[in-house]
Design a protein around this ligand. Structure first.
Ligand code: ATP
Ligand code: MG
Length: 404
């Protein structure tokens, strides 16, 4: 990608109302744009990062047998009445009427929709277990949409749902999802804690949250020293002095519902081996995809900008050509063509701006490696890690080998 063609360009000043670091840096870098409170466009750079995040999640969901699909965002009132959530979740649910007075909800979650699918398509124990997931938008009427992209009124979530013939099978899968979640967050480089929590508008049972330690976190967790286990504020009942208290961001939450709550209310059953009619055992599992984008910036930044972990960076290398005439010909162009042909994702700043401005942008955008080609670099190339101070001159072959 040529920087001159990238939409939009970086912005010098953060928005006046921005207090969160992810808000300031993501807007300045041109990763996101705010339409109104809690509502964000993922611009091309932001979308590149989100695509990498979703791909990591997808790989780990598929590895445990999840099947990807896509469910609708507008739901009839009747389906929410079946579980009573049209009333009980009305504070969080956007409800609307069309011109014929028919009522709808905008999706804040999909348990009811999955239950409807299951009762149409499951009849025997042979049809179970089932694990289905999607990446889609959630709408939630959040009273306070602050913290930049961490809390939206419209945001991207990955939600997985599983149905089982027995409680034992459900709890076995619940543990596998829990492990897959840890893998996902660790692949992204986060320090993550599995946290016992309450179920909110979802369930009376305890649930598990996945909390990433970060100053900007809204949550407080109580960590058992020497472990990666914790309790959140609502369920913590220990002696504070024996725990480490940390600020954290909730990036995931998993809910083992069992056969009550949803299956009973929506009559989702199957015929077991012995010919008996039974209710399915059900669970749901969420990950905040856009919240992860913001969390990464909160955790990985310095005073100059973002420092993306390699696995979710929008590009692998930020190539800066210095000197007149770089735009049309010159060695930077040759390096760009070579790297691009090899499948290496490069952002090439071929604008005729000064080195200071180009380097400041490279620091702000946070791409893991900065490559400089100038008169001074001769037939070599300057290599600098975004998280390093020192630069080094390397052969182009060496740079390629490192990037591959
Ligand atoms: P919170 O306590 O932060 O309001 P929640 O417990 O209501 O979140 P869940 O229903 O557990 O959220 O949703 C699953 C995941 O979706 C959360 O773990 C979080 O990562 C993400 N998420 C929830 N609400 C938002 C939001 N308003 N904006 C962005 N991501 C969100
Ligand atoms: Mg939650």
């Amino acid at each position: 990608m040529r920087y001159s063609q990238l939409f939009p360009k970086t912005i010098r000043e953060a928005p006046k109302d921005a207090t969160a670091i992810n808000h300031k840096l993501l807007v300045r870098g041109g990763f996101v744009d705010q339409l109104m409170a809690g509502s964000w466009t993922l611009l091309p750079l932001g979308w590149r990062v989100v695509t990498k995040i979703t791909q990591i999640i997808r790989e780990e969901m598929d590895a445990i047998g999840g099947q990807e699909m896509l469910m609708p965002l507008m739901h009839p009132k009747e389906i929410w009445n079946e579980t009573g959530r049209w009333e009980s979740a009305s504070e969080v649910m956007y409800q609307l009427k069309d011109t014929r007075e028919k009522e709808f909800a905008l999706s804040f979650t999909h348990e009811e929709i999955v239950m409807d699918l299951l009762r149409k398509h499951i009849s025997s124990y042979k049809d179970l277990p089932v694990a289905i997931y999607h990446f889609s938008t959630k709408f939630r009427n959040e009273p306070r949409a602050t913290g930049g992209i961490l809390r939206g009124r419209e945001f991207l979530m990955k939600d997985l749902y599983s149905a089982h013939a027995t409680e034992k099978d459900l709890m076995g899968f619940y543990e596998r999802v829990s492990e897959a979640y840890l893998k996902i967050f660790k692949r992204m480089g986060f320090e993550v804690y599995v946290t016992e929590a309450a179920g909110g508008v979802f369930t009376d049972r305890q649930t598990r949250e996945f909390q990433v330690v970060a100053e900007a976190g809204e949550d407080t967790i109580y960590v058992k020293p020497g472990t990666h286990e914790a309790y959140n504020k609502e369920v913590f009942s220990g002696n504070e002095a024996e725990f480490e208290v940390k600020r954290a961001i909730e990036v995931g939450n998993i809910f083992p519902f069992g056969d009550k709550k949803y299956a009973e209310k929506m009559k989702v059953g199957f015929t077991d081996r012995d010919g008996q009619k039974k209710l399915v055992f059900f669970a749901s599992y969420g990950i905040g995809v856009t919240r992860l984008l913001g969390t990464a910036v909160e955790v990985f930044h310095d005073d100059k900008g973002i420092v993306w972990p390699k696995v979710i960076a929008p590009f692998q290398a930020h190539l800066v050509g210095l000197g007149a005439g770089e735009r049309e010909s010159g060695r930077a162009g040759e390096v760009y063509e070579r790297l691009t042909k090899l499948g290496i994702e490069v952002l090439w700043d071929e604008t005729e701006r000064g080195a200071g401005e180009k380097f400041a942008d490279a620091d702000l955008l946070g791409i893991p490696v900065r490559l400089v080609v100038s008169e001074k670099t001769g037939d070599k190339i300057e290599w600098k890690g975004r998280n390093r101070r020192e630069t080094e001159l390397v052969e182009i072959e060496e740079a390629i080998a490192r990037l591959k």
